[in-house]
Design a binder for this molecule. Structure first.
Ligand SMILES: [Mg+2]
Length: 275
């Protein structure tokens, strides 16, 4: 398990990119997608809108105040789902083992392919292929495990790529905010901040038991991740066509994002880590 090559790929501001594919007048402008009613939330926004402090899961009301000149789009779950499948098809055709962890995120296990192909080159080629075949920009991180690769993708965005070499996981993570560790939600982040913990480096230097005392089991998980340790396997993706998550949510908000947030909130409450 220790010599793995795991790629994390994440489409850049996915919903916005899809809208721009269909309407080039949206390029280079602040775009905000989500529920447009009083209670709506931001599902996705362009980098031009992020510049004003807008981010996903923010109340739409607040987004309107921060960036009144943005172009507001209600969004179309079905359309995004179709594009997501297109990307999945390209990946499925190119690699033997991948996991689809959300509508716009994938983990790919390239372990064992290092010697013959070069995992970095393989990842780059796949990124280019996705761009060419679907028109969508995607970023990726490559390392020995899921957590480090996901964090690496985050530092590479947009349209970027980052390779964290074996043995460099801890050094790579240490200067970053604890917020960048996957699974650290609002509640955990607040607790850590109250303890004066801002950077991953601090967690790396803390005794493991201390994090257990503070956060119980999730604390141990967090400590491991901060050290760059994550043994979780890439779980092969199975399309679940029969389940429509959309139906159970009010159609005023972007269902996928709502569901994603709900699931991670539940996971945090249950003390589980989200992928
Ligand atoms: Mg994304």
């Amino acid at each position: 398990m220790n010599n793995r090559s795991i790629v994390h790929m994440d489409l850049d501001s996915f919903f916005v990119s899809v809208e721009r594919l269909q309407n080039s007048a949206l390029n280079n402008r602040p775009i905000i997608i989500g529920g447009l009613s009083e209670r709506g939330v931001v599902a996705s926004c362009s980098y031009e809108a992020r510049y004003y402090g807008v981010h996903s899961a923010m109340p739409m009301k607040q987004a309107r105040l921060l960036c009144p000149d943005a172009i507001f789009i209600r969004g179309d779950s079905q359309k995004y789902s179709d594009y997501s499948h297109m990307v999945t098809d390209v990946i499925a055709e190119a690699v033997p083992l991948y996991e689809k962890s959300s509508i716009d995120e994938f983990y790919i296990d390239l372990s064992g392919m290092e010697r013959f192909f070069g995992t970095w080159k393989l990842s780059q080629e796949l990124k280019e292929r996705i761009k060419k075949e679907t028109g969508l920009p995607i970023s990726f991180g490559l390392s020995s495990n899921k957590t480090v690769s996901k964090v690496a993708t985050g530092t590479a965005k947009p349209a970027g790529e980052k390779h964290v070499l074996q043995g460099h996981e801890k050094v790579f993570l240490s200067p970053l905010s604890v917020k960048t560790i996957p699974g650290v939600g609002t509640v955990t982040y607040k607790t850590l901040r109250q303890l004066g913990i801002h950077y991953i480096k601090t967690v790396q230097e803390m005794p493991r038991e201390l994090l257990f005392k503070t956060l119980q089991k999730p604390g141990l998980d967090l400590w491991d991740k901060a050290q760059g340790i994550d043994q979780r396997p890439v779980i092969p993706y199975q399309e679940r066509k029969s389940i429509s998550t959309e139906r159970t949510f009010e159609n005023d908000t972007i269902d996928v994002v709502k569901l994603k947030n709900l699931l991670s909130a539940m996971a945090e409450n249950l003390g589980l880590s989200t992928p």
